[in-house]
Design a protein around this ligand. Sequence first.
Ligand code: HEC
Length: 100
Amino acid sequence: MKTLYLTSSLFILFISNSSFAVDIKRGQELHDSNCISCHAAIYGEKGNEIYTRENRKIDSLSGLETQLKRCKNSLGSNWPEDQILDVQHYLNSNFYHFKE
Ligand code: HEC
């Protein structure tokens, strides 16, 4: 019985760690180590001002996804879909607040 309990707990842990769950904290880490420096070099300050500037370009969740993928391509790295989603959710929950 105890083994069964342990196994199912591990299974649940596995599920909640898998790509089904969006991980905003990981999104922030990925964002801060990959994306900020270029934005900061162009727009100054800490690099996050680009998301709240008055004439920002993004006006929908799908627009955010498109721009994010475009920017990610300029990094030249091949990110799996779940990492892209994590960063997208991080940006949306902290700066854009589009309805999901
Ligand atoms: C090589 C430089 C560079 C890198 C690296 C970069 N970006 Fe960008 N990003 C830009 C530029 C330039 C713009 C402005 C584009 C425009 O105004 O049309 C931009 C704009 C954006 C915007 C839209 C801002 C707005 O107006 O609302 C988002 C969102 C964004 N980037 C996300 C990311 C993410 C996420 C990453 C990391 C995966 C990233 N960027 C990496 C250069 C970069």
